[in-house]
Design a protein. Structure first.
Length: 315
């Protein structure tokens, strides 16, 4: 009975990850919080502005909101997230990116804004009202690891630039996160798109290289949690399922994929292609629990259909 219930849970999770009908929209909210010292202004505002530009160019079905400088207030963050809650549908994707300073007192994480700060619980309550079933919160602030328990929820991936609330130095992670969305080398599987998992792996590697090149002890270690339960981890695992949701979230596209995303005649085909790629990824995560023959048959069917869709896209 326990095994059966576990299988039902897996089926439900797979259905959630595979829910990606044609023409689903993406809602992106970026907040560059309180700068504080002048030295931090460029470190916070530049990646926020670059992210705004990159996301707006990524396709026609995107809604991008960027709160920077004096606009990064508790009131405006609340207004924007409430607007997204009204406009987003269950089939859409939602991404919230936090840039700047955070604080953690051992109990509660707070995001530093112009005026009153917002706790992770405050932000989570607003995000919970957004109907999008696939969500991502990228907390690139100092002490961001302290925010993960409050943000954690089924169907939501959480990335933090620090492994805990005690890593309190200003971070550089966001610089490389935004760089990943502009560098084709981040596209590891060469499908002309960058997933949240690929962007995380790129940014984490570049962050480590930064500290090595500066001959400095690393004061930030990015982690993520995307199963809705358990502790945050440093790397994806097919055994535990970590990374499955991140791999299903496409953030940006390049080349022909980007052109197709902006072409009404090809947009639905591209959505079908990306859905098939997600199905293949999920199947690979399920391989260990499947009979080899069943796995091979399902994989073959998906690959044949993917090839057919790709050939139609290429015409």
């Amino acid at each position: 009975m326990k095994a059966f219930l576990g299988q039902v849970g897996q089926v439900g999770l797979m259905a959630l990850l595979l829910a990606s009908p044609a023409r689903a929209a993406g809602f992106y909210v970026t907040v560059a919080g309180l700068v504080g010292e002048p030295d931090y202004e460029q470190r916070f505002t530049t990646p926020a502005k670059d992210l705004d530009r990159v996301l707006k160019a990524s396709g026609s079905d995107v809604h991008v909101y960027s709160l920077i400088g004096g606009d990064a207030t508790r009131k405006r963050v609340t207004q924007v997230l409430e607007q997204v809650a009204r406009e987003a549908r269950s089939d859409d994707a939602f991404v919230l990116t936090l840039i700047g300073h955070g604080s953690y007192d051992g109990v509660e994480y707070k995001f530093n804004l112009v005026g009153p700060d917002m706790s992770a619980a405050d932000l989570a309550e607003l995000c919970n009202r957004i109907p999008a079933r696939r969500q991502l919160i990228v907390n690139a602030t100092s002490a961001s690891g302290g925010s993960i328990p409050a943000f954690q929820r089924a169907g939501r991936a959480v990335i933090s630039s620090t492994k805990s609330g005690t890593e309190k130095n200003a971070t550089v992670f966001v610089r490389y996160w935004v760089e990943a969305l502009q560098d084709p080398s981040a596209d590891v599987d060469k499908n002309e798109s960058v997933s949240a998992l690929e962007a995380l792996q790129y940014a984490d590697r570049k962050t480590a290289e930064f500290y090595t090149s500066q001959k400095r002890l690393a004061t930030e270690h990015a982690v993520f949690e995307d199963t809705g339960k358990g502790e945050a981890v440093r790397a994806a695992s097919t055994e535990g399922g970590e990374g499955r949701l991140l791999a299903s979230l496409t953030l940006v596209r390049f080349g022909d994929a980007q052109k197709a995303a902006r072409d009404p005649a090809k947009r639905d085909l591209l959505a079908k292609k990306e859905d098939l790629e997600r199905r293949i990824d999920v199947l690979k995560y399920q391989k260990a629990a499947m009979a080899q023959n069943d796995y091979e048959q399902q994989l073959k069917a998906l690959l044949v259909e993917l090839a057919r869709v790709q050939a139609t896209l290429d015409k």
